[in-house]
Design a protein around this ligand. Sequence first.
Ligand code: CMP
Length: 139
Amino acid sequence: MSERTLAIIKPDAVRKNAIGDIIARYDKAGLKPVAIRMMQFSKATAEGFYAVHKARPFFDSLCTFMVSGPVVVLVLQGDNAIKKNRELMGATDPAKAEAGTIRKVHGANIEFNAVHGSDSPETAKFEIGYFFAEMDVVG
Ligand code: CMP
């Protein structure tokens, strides 16, 4: 079933010039970018995006990291896009991620973990709508 998911190439991955490598991995996996936006998060943007984690001890640190430099936000479309992207990313903690996954290759630790991907259809709907209007998404 074709579906959409939201991906973010985080500031650590942008800093290490990994945008091209990561997008190539989406392409090869059949996750077609249907919207791409490079942007600098404000604190409010980061806090709103991660509002579900507000009570977590890492929330402030996570938001500080996410505003530390530009990010690339993408909508990816394909069969089982949500699950496929999560497999491609690997575990949240790069130390626990399987070999060859994006987080294993580009992540440093559980916070600086290179990429984000939606974890459910409900989350994907919220996250895509957080950054894109329907007219921004092609295909
Ligand atoms: P992401 O997939 O963007 O979703 C929430 C983010 O919070 C996660 O990736 C990590 O960057 C971060 N995160 C999750 N758990 C922890 C943790 N235990 N300590 C620090 N950061 C975390």
